[in-house]
Ligand binder design. Structure first.
Ligand SMILES: [Zn+2]
Length: 207
């Protein structure tokens, strides 16, 4: 009977606490901030030590939990990745500087001088590690935001964005020329329609 009463009181208290927290989010934020200022670093060191110890002593349990919650863990990783990428892109302007698109899925960080490989090797980074590296460090002037399409354009048309429309017109002209050439060649079934003197050699030596 006594236990029942105790349990009842405990539940009431819990409900009251939860209700209070829900009703006063700004107060909770303030409390959390004060708590962090009072003993933030100390507490976090304590917590990480505790977690390390727990992980060491409960390897099997953790393995099983990870198996059961596989999807959830994957989702966490995805969310973290997205957050990291979003923060980095925001830091560097948030939109492709060539076409202005802002769809996070296709945005990339571009090395203006094409020295990305060297740079990544220097910080020993995979893509995700590189993002968190960029997130932690101040904004750099040798990086810019480009979308995947514009990365390809840069590779083909060159780094000078203002020249791209010209380059594109040139390419289109060349293609029109090619089409005209092809149109003069009568096509027979099973035969290449390339004009004479216009041969493409394949890797195995066939034409
Ligand atoms: Zn673009």
């Amino acid at each position: 009977m006594i236990d029942d009463k105790k349990e009842h009181k405990r539940r009431l208290d819990n409900a009251r606490t939860l209700r209070y927290r829900r009703r006063h989010p700004e107060r909770m934020k303030k409390f959390a901030k004060e708590r962090w200022q009072r003993h933030g670093v100390k507490e976090s060191v304590k917590a990480s030590k505790h977690m390390a110890k727990y992980r060491k002593n409960n390897k099997e349990k953790i393995k099983q939990w990870e198996k059961v919650n596989e999807d959830r863990i994957k989702q966490w990783h995805k969310d973290a990745e997205r957050k990291r990428k979003f923060m980095v892109m925001e830091k560097y302007g948030g939109t492709c500087i060539a076409c202005g698109c802002s769809e996070l899925a296709i945005l990339t960080i571009d090395h203006i001088n094409d020295d990305g490989a060297i740079d990544r090797r220097r910080v020993k980074a995979t893509k995700q590690r590189f993002y968190s590296f960029l997130m932690r460090n101040p904004r750099r002037s040798d990086l810019q935001v480009l979308c995947h399409n514009c990365q390809w354009k840069k590779r083909i048309y060159g780094p000078n964005i203002s020249e791209w429309p010209n380059k594109r017109r040139e390419a289109e002209k060349a293609i029109e020329e090619l089409k005209k050439q092809l149109a003069t060649v009568p096509s027979k079934p099973g035969q290449s329609r390339l004009p004479s003197g216009f041969s493409v050699r394949f890797w195995n030596g066939r034409e």
